[in-house]
Design a protein around this ligand. Structure first.
Ligand SMILES: Nc1ncnc2c1ncn2[C@@H]1O[C@H](COP(=O)(O)OP(=O)(O)OP(=O)(O)O)[C@@H](O)[C@H]1O
Ligand SMILES: [Mg+2]
Length: 226
């Protein structure tokens, strides 16, 4: 489904080239549930941004199915991003001017989901995340963990084909974190491809494959026994 070939990403400083990702070669099949681990600064978020079509400043090739990302028109790339991906950000990236309800609704509006269906999907998610009473509040009125839950609800509301999750449970207590992983497991069982970056080893056990990044390179890549 996704193929990265020899991806390099670097920044030019005055005297040298500093690599953030180096020689990333990665094939992801539809339906995989991959966990990216590795020290802070290893390049996990950078790699997720590239996978999610949020960063185009790199060398090497990215194929999504048959499509070479670099050769796509901007509009097609944007449609691919909005139509196929759900993204849970390390820093939540909620829209400040929209309420909790409206934030969760955004991907559904893009996907032309009917208003009745939107209401029911959002009501389900609010209920599931214990946020019904917060639906008309704005992100600034929520705790960090609550903002993270809204970010998760928004990313999964539109049933994306590929879910990218950057430290999705970083601000949650362990029971909530486990609940989120159970939700990921369900989505995976329904066929969603998931790629998550995390520092929590126990989160990896919900997935099918563990990749560790160190200094911008893939150090290990192994299957997780279920
Ligand atoms: N726009 C940028 N300009 C310069 N350096 C950058 C930029 N973006 C990322 N970096 C650097 O690239 C490296 C990898 O960053 P990245 O955010 O991908 O790490 P990470 O593995 O997600 O770490 P963490 O576990 O802390 O989230 C870091 O050293 C970071 O400082
Ligand atoms: Mg990161």
């Amino acid at each position: 489904m996704i193929q990265l070939k020899e991806i390099d990403k670097y920044i030019e400083s005055r005297f040298q080239r500093v690599f953030i990702l180096k020689g990333i070669h990665l094939t992801i099949k539809e339906g995989e549930f991959i966990t990216l681990m590795g020290p802070s600064g290893a390049g996990k978020s950078t790699l997720l941004n590239i996978l999610g079509l949020l960063d185009e400043d790199y060398e090497g090739e990215y194929f999504f199915g048959e499509r070479n990302i670099r050769l796509m028109r901007d509009r097609d790339r944007s449609n691919l991003h909005k139509g196929e991906f759900g993204y849970i950000f390390q820093a939540y990236h909620l829209i400040d001017e929209l309420t909790v309800y409206e934030n969760i609704e955004t991907p559904l509006l893009y996907r032309n989901v009917s208003s009745g269906e939107r209401k029911s999907i959002i009501a389900d998610l609010l209920d599931r995340f214990n946020m019904v009473a917060k639906k008309d509040l704005f992100p600034a009125q929520l705790s960090g963990g609550q903002q993270q839950l809204v970010g998760i609800a928004r990313a999964i509301a539109g049933k994306p084909r590929v879910l990218l999750a950057d430290e999705p449970t970083g601000n949650l207590h362990s029971a909530q974190a486990k609940e989120i992983m159970e939700i990921f497991k369900e989505l995976h069982a329904e066929g969603t491809t998931i790629i998550q970056a995390t520092h929590a080893r126990e989160n990896a056990d919900f997935g099918t494959r563990l990749i560790t990044l160190v200094d911008g390179r893939i150090e290990t890549d192994e299957a997780i026994a279920s």
